[in-house]
Design a protein around this ligand. Structure first.
Ligand SMILES: [Zn+2]
Length: 404
């Protein structure tokens, strides 16, 4: 273990990353620890871990002075595609770029990783990539060789191809293959719908979803199921999905079932707002815009009902290409859906930490937790927009990764 740490430090130094002294004290004017607000707080960090949080005291003379700011825990984005990279070259578009070799994609996608860290997101669940690029990025970040959020990844999503006939055992086998190849999570597409298409057509049956979930759970891995339409969400929940991505017009019985099972719903409202805003970049046809706007309205309506029903909601941006840097705008939709800013922050801290089986390590500022801290200029518990626009400094695993 000591040898591994020495190697990791050497790799970090070679990559030009800051190697922090072993013990650091950071002093914040205010701090939201994932549950409550504290004032005049000293956080002691040993290596990559918080060892104490003490309120009501002046900072020691060697403390990092963050007294102007409010600290919140490093945020978790539950739905990204961080290897979807576009260089913004004039005359090209994000979709239909020339093919790149996987290593080139991984190298270029560092830009998405940097933009993500700048939003205060220090952990992502990446739900779909090709060419093993997400495995490579996850491993490079974990080594300290690439700056970026810690990654939980799914590899290639499982979907029904054109002309697919239902085949539960074949899909169970695919789930096992993904896990054996290195996926932390299994991602399943149970419906159509992506980019400018809001097609809600279900593409996998309940029996197929159940076969995938059972196969993954037998290997102690979790499953995220994509469904734009209500029937796919209903079947995904009853098949035992750990999280469900997207969805509109979801019925109350399905919400009740989510509450009973503890299923996390990741509605990804903001990603369609992004597609509307980025329509020219993508070259979307004007006819595509009203259905996207309609989907946003229905998505928000279902989110408000889900929240009222007590469903666990998770912040997922579904960021691709130029959306990195906007990862946390979903929080503002959650406030529109009826949450307080603290409740919205829970969707990006404590709720996803539990979903990722890291509730004792991520999503809070407390002894024993990873030293992931975000300094906010403003009042995050009064105005969630301050979280979206007020990030000034980010620490991940005890190392400063953003300073503005
Ligand atoms: Zn996605």
């Amino acid at each position: 273990m000591r040898l591994f740490l020495a190697i990791a430090a050497a790799v970090a130094a070679a990559a030009g990353l800051p190697v922090q002294p072993a013990r650091t004290v950071v002093h914040f004017g205010h701090l939201w620890d994932g549950g409550k607000m504290l004032d005049e707080v000293n956080i002691t960090i040993d290596g990559d871990t918080i060892t104490s949080v003490a309120a009501g005291a002046k900072g020691p003379s060697d403390a990092v002075d963050m007294s102007r700011y409010t600290a919140i825990p490093g945020l978790i984005d539950l739905h990204t595609h961080i290897t979807y990279y576009w260089d913004r070259k004039p005359g090209t578009r994000p979709l239909g770029q020339p093919r790149r070799r996987p290593a080139v994609t991984v190298f270029l996608a560092q830009d998405n990783a940097r933009r993500t860290l700048e939003t205060g997101v220090t952990t992502i669940r990446d739900l779909g990539a090709s060419g093993d690029t997400d495995y490579a990025m996850r491993d490079l970040v974990a080594l300290g060789a690439m700056p970026g959020p810690r990654m939980f990844v799914a590899g290639q999503g499982i979907s029904a191809g054109r002309g697919w006939t239902p085949n539960p055992p074949a899909l169970a086998k695919q789930a096992e293959d993904r896990i054996n190849a290195g996926s932390d999570w299994v991602k399943v597409y149970a419906s159509r719908g992506s980019f400018d298409s809001v097609d809600t057509t279900q593409t996998l049956t309940f029996d197929e979803l159940k076969a995938i979930v059972d196969a993954a759970h037998a290997l102690n891995h979790k499953v995220a199921i994509h469904s734009y339409g209500a029937s796919g969400v209903r079947d995904a929940v009853r098949a035992g999905a750990d999280s469900v991505e997207h969805g509109v017009e979801i019925d109350d019985d399905t919400f009740a079932e989510m509450v009973k099972r503890g299923t996390v719903w990741v509605p990804t409202i903001d990603h369609n707002r992004y597609y509307v805003d980025a329509r020219d970049e993508y070259g979307f046809k004007p006819e595509a815009i009203p259905p996207l706007e309609e989907y946003i309205r229905k998505n928000l309506e279902s989110t408000a009902r889900a929240f009222k029903a007590g469903v666990k909601l998770g912040m997922g941006s579904d960021a691709v290409y130029t959306m990195f840097g906007q990862n946390t705008r979903e929080l503002e939709w959650f406030v529109k859906a009826g949450m307080t800013p603290a409740q919205a922050l829970a969707t990006a801290t404590t709720i996803p930490a539990e979903l990722l089986d890291r509730k004792d390590r991520l999503g809070r500022i407390a002894p024993g937790f990873a030293a992931d801290l975000v300094a906010i200029d403003g009042h995050p518990l009064e105005n969630v927009h301050d979280v979206v626009a007020g990030v000034r400094w980010v620490m991940k695993d005890g190392k400063m990764v953003v300073q503005r």
